[in-house]
Design a protein around this ligand. Structure first.
Ligand code: 5GP
Length: 111
């Protein structure tokens, strides 16, 4: 299945629909989830075209390392490193993935 450039996170990356950003660097964009499932619910997405975890981890290792390092940076930026947080990645239909652009959910606060 090819990457669908019309997915909602692709549109957010291109600035075609708005988001509430919390962090951005050359590799990632992080923004508030529109339907939060925890007091803190942030989505981190890579700027490259990747459908899901299964696809993303086949990208160059330096890109994968940069992405997950940025996820850590975002968690620290949100002040969650002491209190703790949950990371969620959904892959495919049975995994409950709704948006076909790879993303990590950061869930913090009282989950
Ligand atoms: P998934 O089920 O694919 O792992 O998670 C997709 C997430 O994207 C959901 O938590 C959903 O609330 C969020 N979401 C869907 N559409 C939008 C949107 O347009 N803006 C933002 N900020 N989040 C969205």
């Amino acid at each position: 299945m090819p990457y669908d450039t019309q997915n909602v996170f692709g549109k957010i990356l291109r600035g075609e629909i708005p988001c509430t950003p919390v962090y951005e660097d050359e590799h990632v964009l992080a923004f508030l989830d529109i339907a939060p499932q925890a007091p803190v619910h942030v989505l981190v997405i890579p700027k490259c075209e990747a459908i899901s975890f299964d696809d993303f981890v086949t990208k160059p290792p330096s890109d994968v390392i940069a992405f997950f390092t940025a996820v850590r940076t975002v968690a620290h930026h949100l002040g969650l490193q002491e209190s703790g947080y949950r990371l969620v990645m959904n892959h495919g239909d049975d995994g409950g993935q709704e948006v076909a652009h790879f993303h990590v959910h950061i869930l913090g606060g009282k989950i």
